[in-house]
Write a protein of this length. Structure first.
Ligand code: GAR
Length: 201
């Protein structure tokens, strides 16, 4: 399955997905990496891996709808059937999601439904939870609320600041996102209500 990866910044999750996809037995390939800003450091990392890149910046379009159309057209133009949001810091509306129904994944650095939104490592620290982690989920119009595909938990240590906790979570992100993409590309994920059932091979 060809997938497109959307990024806004560093792109370390994109690299973990592209690295997994480069293995000969992996059921997906990255068709294109698209950033919403030319400043996204991940663009150079993708190019260095031989992956096609594109920039679709919202400022170049009259409104959000035109931006989302261009984003979807760029992905479709590269043959992407599925889309992975990997540190893509924008909310996508139904207009975009309807172009890839049930085929848009996101990774979020908390154990959803706890701590949706931004600055979530600090929110986890402030709340005093003993565990946090990451979640890969299907994207729906409600932010960070779609059906959960995989999660990984990490302990929150008393000496942690947000950066230390983020680094511990990120290590898990790099392992669970490629695994979720594998299950997705193998067609093994079935959404039943809010639950995602993983079919055995
Ligand atoms: C990751 O921690 C990802 O979970 C988070 O941004 C970081 C991107 O890092 N995403 C969100 O907060 C989405 N709301 P990366 O660019 O190195 O993959």
């Amino acid at each position: 399955m060809k997938i497109g990866v959307l990024i806004s910044g560093r792109g370390s999750n994109m690299v973990s997905i592209a690295t997994a996809c480069a293995a000969p037995d992996f059921p997906a390939e990255v068709a294109v990496v698209v950033a919403d800003t030319p400043a996204a450091a991940g663009l150079e990392k993708a190019a260095a891996m031989g992956v096609a890149t594109a920039v679709v910046a919202p400022g170049e379009f009259a409104d959000r709808g035109a931006f989302e159309d261009a984003l979807a057209n760029t992905l479709a133009g590269h043959g992407a059937e599925g889309v992975c949001l990997a540190g893509f810091m924008r909310i996508l509306t139904g207009r975009f999601l309807d172009r890839f129904p049930g085929k848009v994944l996101n990774i979020h650095p908390s154990l959803l439904p706890a701590f949706p939104g931004l600055d979530v490592q600090q929110k986890a620290l402030d709340h005093g939870v003993r565990f946090s982690g990451c979640t890969v989920h299907f994207v729906t119009e409600a932010m960070d609320a779609g059906p959960i595909i995989v999660q990984a938990a990490v302990p929150v240590l008393e000496a942690d600041d947000a950066d230390a906790l983020a680094a511990r979570i990120l290590e898990q992100e790099h392992s669970v996102y490629p695994e979720a993409v594998r299950l997705f590309a193998e067609g093994r994920l079935r959404v039943v209500g809010r639950r995602v059932i993983v079919d055995t091979k």
